[in-house]
Design a protein around this ligand. Sequence first.
Ligand code: SAH
Ligand code: MG
Length: 199
Amino acid sequence: MYSEVIQEMEKYAEEKSVPIMQKKSMNFLCKFIEKNNIKSILEIGTAIGYSAINMALVNDDVNVVSIERDQEKYIEAIKNIKKCNLEKRITLILADALNIELKDKYDLIFIDAAKGQYLNFFNKYKDNLVEDGFIVSDNIDFHGYVENIKTIKSKNLRQLVTKLKKYIDFLSDNEEFNTKFYKVGDGIAITFKKDVLNE
Ligand code: SAH
Ligand code: MG
C-alpha cells in the first residue's frame, strides 16, 4: 500500500532528520497539481523521494524527473519509488542540479534543494518551463528566519537566509514573472509567467 510506504518515509525522515516537505504544504502542492492539470514535473532536491512520490500519486499520467546530489539519499529514494511501483513515472538523476543541462520542458518546476542556491536554480531552469507553467519554491519562510535575519547569531545561517531573502525580493520585483506567496507549511512561493493561476 502506498500509504504504508509514505508513513514509513515520514518516520525515516523524522529519525534521520531528512527535511521532507511538511504535510500541509505537501497537500497544498498536490491539490495545486491536480487543479492545474500538471502532467510533467521537474524537482530539484529529491531527498528520499517523499515529495516526488506524493506528486506522482496525484494522477496516473503525472511524470516526475527529480535531481539529487547525495548518493545515500538517492539510493533510498530509488528503493521507495520501487516499493510504490512508480519507476516508470519517476526518473531520478544523481547529480548536482547546477552542473547538468536538461533539454525538456516541464509544466511545473519544484525547487526544494539548497536554500542559498534558489536564485541559481531558478535562473538555470526557467527556460525548462512551458510557457504557462509554474515554478514552486518550498521553505520560502525558512522557519521564520527570513522575517528575523538580524536576530540570527550564526554567520553561516545569516548568509544563507540573506540569500533566500534576495531570492524573495527577486521574485517580488520581477518583470517576466508573477509570484504569489503562501503561508502554508514552511512557506511556499508559486511563480508563473502569464496570469493563469488557478488556486
Ligand atoms: N523534496 C524533498 C526534500 C528535499 S531536501 C521532499 O520534500 O521529500 C533537499 C535535498 O536537496 C537534499 O537531499 C539535498 O541533498 C539536495 N540538494 C541540495 N542541493 C542540491 C543540488 N545543488 N543539486 C541536487 N540536489 C541538491
Ligand atoms: Mg522543503
